[in-house]
Design a protein around this ligand. Sequence first.
Ligand SMILES: Nc1ncnc2c1ncn2[C@@H]1O[C@H](COP(=O)(O)OP(=O)(O)O)[C@@H](O)[C@H]1O
Ligand SMILES: [Mg+2]
Length: 324
Amino acid sequence: MIKFVNVSKKFSDGTEAIKGIDIEIPEGKLVALIGPSGCGKTTTMKMINKLITPTAGKIFINGEDITAKNEVELRRNIGYVIQRIGLLPHMTIEENISLVPRLKGWKKEKYQSRVNELLELVGLEPDVFKTRYPLELSGGQQQRVGVVRALAAEPPIILMDEPFSALDPISREQLQDELKDLQKKIHKTIVFVTHDMDEALKIADEIVVMRDGKIEQIATPDELLRNPANEFVHTFIGEDRINQGISNRRVMDIMISLHQTDKLERDLAIISFDSTITEAAKQLIRQNVDKLAVVRNEETIGIITKEEVLYFVAGMRREEGSSC
Ligand SMILES: Nc1ncnc2c1ncn2[C@@H]1O[C@H](COP(=O)(O)OP(=O)(O)O)[C@@H](O)[C@H]1O
Ligand SMILES: [Mg+2]
């Protein structure tokens, strides 16, 4: 179990990134840290493997205060997966995966069979992939290797900082499913940082919602959806879920439907029902109007307003701009 007791972090430039947090991460569970960019997720995670030292409070792993622990030794027992993988380009996939086992002094036979086993676990044929170099793999394949590399030396704890966020949506979904299946077999203690609420809801046993260096709520996905602790959590869940897939949303999805009896203002600029919301935004700006008539087969079927569009476009920007 990982336990944070009243932990704070103030960086040398004065930034108070973490303001007195308490978290208990149970053994064998996958716990997601989620919150807006800059809320302190990465800082929290890096304090577990001592890439960052707290300025106050204590962190315990299985009851042992990590302050006194040797960091190299500590990190060998903690797998770490980051967004842009960090596979070593001049090493083959086999060499990459077996790196920590070799540092730990495993015999050749043992680490070789471990590499085969791990590659199979994520659907990469060992004979095909072992001898390849990272750049000879797709992004999704590289990230699978990144994940199994973190598992190679069988660390009891694995830290994953937005490991799938640079992937295309299909690979991301696949890797989420694979991680979920994998976790059913390996039961590791996994700390998973994400800014994607759907991802957290899908894979986590527990979710820690953070804001501005503090914790707003710790709950299971079900509890979180049912009982958001406050307005912030409520809005965060809501916004994020509304934002999902916004780039592909069509004006049909947000238009106000017209009934045959409704009177339509004359001379409204028009937009086709199958246009995207982004296109609607461009029309509104180009024509400098507040409303557009939504047409289908030359018939007006609804109205779309600037207010509605701005709301969605703002959401979209947040989604595409978030890089935490
Ligand atoms: N090395 C650093 N020095 C100063 N400020 C930092 C440093 N690292 C992170 N911060 C600041 O601490 C806050 C939390 O950052 P971070 O933990 O990376 O957030 P998140 O991962 O949630 O996006 C941010 O305001 C960030 O700018
Ligand atoms: Mg981060």
